[in-house]
Design a protein around this ligand. Sequence first.
Ligand code: CA
Length: 253
Amino acid sequence: MSRVLVVEDEAHLAQGLRFNLEAEGYAAEVVGDGEAATDRLLGRKETFDAVVLDIMLPGKDGFSVVSELRAARNYVPVLMLTARGRPEDVLKGFASGADDYLAKPFELSILLARLQGLLRRSQWLRSGQESVSGESQADSSSTEDFGTFSFYGKTIDFGALELRSGENTIHLTLMESELLRHLVRNDGRIVSRKQILEEVWGLHEDTDTRAIDNFVVRLRRYLEDDPANPRHLLTVRGVGYRFTARPEKEQKM
Ligand code: CA
């Protein structure tokens, strides 16, 4: 049974969520503010499979909660609740390390679908990690192995949600790992923003495409030696993005 922590100060909404999550077969617990959430997750190190996190909370807000989790290397999938899906909140939420968001007011069925999506992805990534570690570790340079992907001294480990570069290890959120995997799978090909919305995020009609651009800016900081002059993760104006593992090979063509 998946354990879900609901962080919401509006008591009727929180209790309604708990009731409905339990009816769907989740074990749900509710806390009413950010301090209590970080206490449960970081202080007491309780394990949850997902967190439904409201932004507007008394005291410590949702952005601070998810930032603290990520800073402490806690990568529990976080579904953030934003007021009316304000683009600035969505962008700030993703920048803080949230994995998905839902605009208030929302339909319960949509919340359940998003939550299931997050849990499925995190389980899938975890099972990918297991199958990779059980297979041939020797072939770590393989570019067709989507458990890990290596290029220019960097290795992306999609299962472990890590990007390793020399001595440095950068931890990725679920959504960062998903987007990277999608770009790497399409190595050398243009990927449109619409395609990213549909295939990586499961078509959120209300998603501002600037959220994707914001993601890409972050990914460049991880991938590129000089993020201002990217060589691997390129913008294709008016269309989307293109990842290329071997830019020097293309220039000769
Ligand atoms: Ca609230």
